[in-house]
Design a binder for this molecule. Structure first.
Ligand SMILES: [Zn+2]
Length: 82
């Protein structure tokens, strides 16, 4: 399974993939991070991405501290944050 190399979201459906500037599918990033040939928020920092994702994990039942640690450990390995 592919995951977005920016936010870590699983992309298990064609509709989840981002798009290149020419409209073709981008296989590395999801449609939220990479909607049309560039990042939705090109200046977003790693810390901002973690904070953006924390509430989504809390909705799934994780505590804020758990969510922040998990995201920091996992997202830092993704291509966008190298
Ligand atoms: Zn993404």
């Amino acid at each position: 399974m592919k995951i977005c190399q920016s936010c870590g979201m699983p992309m298990n459906d064609e509709a989840m993939f981002g798009k290149n500037a020419d409209g073709s599918k981008n296989e590395e990033y999801c449609l939220y991070c990479y909607p049309q040939g560039q990042f939705n928020k090109p200046d977003e920092t790693f810390e901002e991405m973690v904070e953006t994702c924390v509430p989504f994990m809390m909705k799934e039942g994780h505590t804020e501290a758990e969510a922040r640690k998990y995201l920091t450990d996992n997202l830092k390995n993704l291509k966008r944050w190298q």
